[in-house]
Design a protein around this ligand. Structure first.
Ligand code: BGC
Length: 260
């Protein structure tokens, strides 16, 4: 029996613009242990309002117990539990010491992590980049562009490559999938923007592998084959589960550092 057999399962929570989604995670499989629960993001998504929703998610799952660590993803930079940027979330998160507030309110060990970083951690342990050595660059194409840098399996947090300035633009305002939708771009038209973006990142970092996540990655065959890069580029395999799984993984790791 593993020494964690009696511990409640870690919970991953993905805080997005429209929904807050959570599930307990079986880390031996890198999979949800129960069907995920989704609750609408409160119209005013302050840290307190989001904490109330997380509480509902916690109470919903039987295999989440008092000692279950909780990983929470946020679409912004997080350093030492403090959210430092809020491009696409409620501005009240900015510079707010969210981790201690969440711990006090929920009574669980909490790890707050950037959404793309969580997705990258999931892909390197259980998904498209499993076992990959050297530098992996994970990008998530959605409302914005998120990024995760992982070197020899270790996350280098808060890379924020979606905000590279390219041709005078904040890159995510040209190449995110929300921009494709807003401007009605076809896949080939959008692929030109992605080409510009990934060539630039490639020339700066020379990774071993690009992994492309975000909802649109389910249609990867419509745009990834159009890209001409020196680096292999593959779709994420965990899709919209990656944030939850990666957050739970990081929360469990931190829990073990604190208590063992
Ligand atoms: C934010 C990142 C986030 C990404 C995806 C960007 O606008 O700056 O922190 O990872 O959107 O949500």
């Amino acid at each position: 029996m593993s020494k964690h057999a009696k511990q409640g399962l870690p919970l991953g929570i993905d805080v997005g613009g429209s929904g807050i989604k959570g599930a307990p995670v079986d880390l031996s499989q890198g999979a949800f242990a129960s069907k995920r629960l989704r609750i609408d993001t409160p119209a005013v998504s302050t840290p307190e309002a989001v904490a109330d929703v997380i509480n509902q998610v916690v109470e919903h799952f039987e295999d989440v117990r008092g000692d279950s660590p909780i990983g929470v993803t946020i679409p912004g930079v997080v350093t030492h539990g403090v959210v430092r940027s809020a491009a696409n979330i409620d501005k009240s998160w900015l510079d707010f010491d969210a981790e201690p507030m969440l711990e006090a309110k929920l009574g669980h060990d909490i790890v707050l992590v950037n959404d793309a970083d969580a997705a990258g951690v999931a892909e390197i342990h259980y998904g498209a980049a499993k076992g990959q050595k050297g530098l992996v660059v994970m990008t998530t194409l959605g409302t914005g562009i998120g990024s995760a840098l992982i070197y020899d399996g270790k996350l280098i947090p808060n890379s924020e490559l979606g905000h590279l300035e390219i041709d005078g633009f904040d890159a995510e305002t040209r190449a995110a999938s929300s921009v494709k939708d807003k401007e009605g771009l076809s896949y080939p038209e959008w692929a030109e923007r992605l080409q510009r973006y990934y060539s630039h990142v490639e020339a700066l970092l020379w990774p071993e592998l690009f992994v492309v996540g975000g909802g649109v990655s389910k249609d990867a065959d419509q745009f990834l084959p159009l890209l001409r890069l020196k680096t292999p580029i593959v779709p994420a395999t965990l899709q919209n589960k990656a944030g939850i799984i990666g957050a739970a993984h990081l929360a469990q790791e931190e829990h073990e550092r604190r208590h063992h």
